[in-house]
Design a protein around this ligand. Structure first.
Ligand code: NAD
Ligand code: UDX
Length: 467
């Protein structure tokens, strides 16, 4: 089947950019992205394309080109399902916060709602594509729902996990390392796989489009994230050893990364990984492994999360220790709140946990991030439930100016690796701080020597303090 009409349910960080790129590359395919969140759809449709709800370099240009031509954003989910031959499900699949599997399993209630809606509305055969990251074997649950509650039509289910990273979503989508498509190995399944291959083949070289059975595809997504996160936890674990031995973790990363069997990527020591995917997907892997009785497998991967939690806590403790073991009433300025640079996403950002730890010690935290809103910062903190919303507002302030945020601070903590932090006038910042003025560089982006020459006490991740 040649696909001419695509619908995507979920206009988030994945659905929006992914569909915008498909629409750009396939001008003859009508792509409709739907969501139940009216404000989000309104923002995608905002006349000023800079106001779209996802901040990603290059995305406004892609949206501007395709929107209104063959790319549409709408809240009319039923209509879009009805018209489409291929339906991508790209809704959120966060960690469960209640009941069986709480804190580990993926919450699939939004996926199930989508399946039931598709089943109710669809009157002709459809290809349903899992774009969300799902536990292995979810496709069989989807099939069950579609077949038992639908109108007796044929559904093919494909797994097409998304590997884009936030901050580089557009380049990742334009030139992916690979596209993975899993499907049923029957004649109809293979034909459905082929329909999707033909969409991607418009711009992705065929040898980069991998096809597998549906279970391998589902599990490969969890595995890819687990491997990437494991590298970060591995180097972070060694960063602590470096701080005790005068080895420098940046040098160690370089030394091991030049071994072609290891490779240089994802070896940057940090305050800890964040983002909506790594922790959620590993917890899910742990949960699935345990549910099959594979305790050693589960314990192995769980350690990646344990190490990451330790790294975030360790960073907060380091700040406290260096401020004479008390931060009570002391102002600590945060540069960055997003979980990485070039995104406005804050989900699971290390900054949230470091702030929480410092606030428990009665510190006064003030935050500057170039792209994250004040409302988002408070909502992240309130979500933890450590203190009331009023208390959070009293102890943490959000400042829109990077210089003002540092005024009168005892210390600056760099939580996100935004490029602009490197080029600030650090002498000016130093002059307006309390002394001794500390910089805790949670991303190892600052020029340590230059800051020390100004007079700062600089504390990096994974190298001994030499102030
Ligand atoms: P998101 O929260 O940004 O977006 C999900 C959207 O789905 C929301 O806008 C929500 O309103 C909408 N939605 C939920 N239920 C709906 C329903 N029944 N009908 C219509 N809309 C509905 O999430 P995201 O970051 O885009 O992630 C989506 C999926 O992609 C997740 O499974 C995630 O694990 C996976 N993923 C995310 C990334 C990433 O970098 N964010 C990368 C790869 C894969
Ligand atoms: C990740 C995967 O990379 C992507 O393929 C998947 O589709 C979604 O999850 P994302 O979470 O957007 O993408 O960003 P990523 O670049 O992987 O970074 C995740 C976290 O790890 C960030 O907090 C980042 O700062 C941190 N990180 C990454 C490090 O601390 N060190 C590194 O060397 C790399």
């Amino acid at each position: 089947m040649k696909v001419q009409n695509i619908c995507c349910i979920g206009a988030g960080y994945v659905g929006g950019p992914t569909m915008a790129v498909i629409a750009k590359k396939c001008p003859d395919i009508k792509v409709t992205v739907v969501d139940i969140n009216e404000a989000r759809i309104a923002a995608w449709n905002d006349e000023n394309v800079e106001n779209i709800p996802v901040y990603e370099p290059g995305l406004p240009q892609v949206v501007a080109e395709a929107r209104g031509r063959n790319l549409f954003f709408s809240t009319d989910v039923d209509k879009a399902i009805d018209e489409a031959q291929m339906i991508f499900i790209s809704v959120n699949t966060p960690t469960k916060t209640y009941g069986e599997g709480k804190g580990q399993a993926a919450d699939l209630k939004w996926i199930e709602l989508c399946a039931r809606q598709i089943a109710r509305v669809a009157k002709e055969k459809k290809i349903v594509v899992e774009k969300s990251t799902l536990p292995v074997r979810t496709a069989s649950a989807l099939k069950d729902i579609l077949e038992h509650t639908g109108n007796g039509i044929n559904f093919q289910i494909l797994s097409n996990p998304e590997f884009l990273a936030e901050g580089t979503a557009v380049e990742d989508l334009m030139a992916p390392d690979r596209v993975l498509i899993g499907g049923d190995q029957s004649e109809e399944g293979l034909s459905a796989i082929n329909s999707l291959v033909e969409v991607y083949a418009r711009w992705v070289p065929r040898e980069r489009i991998l096809t597998t059975n549906v279970w391998s595809s589902e599990l490969s997504k969890l595995t890819a994230n687990a491997f990437l996160a494991q590298r970060v936890s591995s180097i972070n674990s060694l960063s602590e050893l470096c701080e005790h031995t005068e080895a420098d973790v940046n040098e160690v990363s370089r030394a091991i990364g030049t071994d072609s069997r290891i490779g240089p990527k994802f070896l940057k020591a940090s305050v800890g990984f964040g983002g909506s995917c790594f922790q959620k997907d590993i917890l899910n892997l742990v949960y699935i492994s345990r549910s099959y009785g594979l305790d050693e497998v589960a314990d192995y991967w769980e350690q990646v999360i344990i190490m990451n939690d330790h790294q975030k806590k360790r960073f907060a403790k380091k700040i406290i220790k260096n401020l004479y073991n008390t931060v009570s009433g002391k102002k600590i300025a945060f540069l960055g709140w997003a979980f990485k640079k070039d995104t406005n996403d804050t989900r699971e950002s290390a900054a949230i946990y470091v702030a929480d730890h410092l606030l428990n010690e009665q510190s006064k935290v003030s935050v500057f991030d170039p792209k994250v809103t004040e409302q988002q910062i408070y909502s992240d903190l309130d979500y933890l439930g450590s203190r009331s919303s009023e208390e959070n507002k009293e102890s943490l302030t959000v400042v829109k100016d990077p210089y003002k945020v540092c005024n009168g601070a005892h210390a600056i903590a760099v939580l996100t690796e935004w490029d602009e932090f490197k080029t600030y006038d650090w002498q000016k910042i130093y002059d307006n701080m309390l002394k001794p003025a500390h910089v805790f560089d949670g991303r190892n982006i600052m020029d340590k020597k230059a800051l020390q020459n100004i007079g700062f006490q600089v504390h990096s991740i994974g190298s001994a303090d030499d102030n």
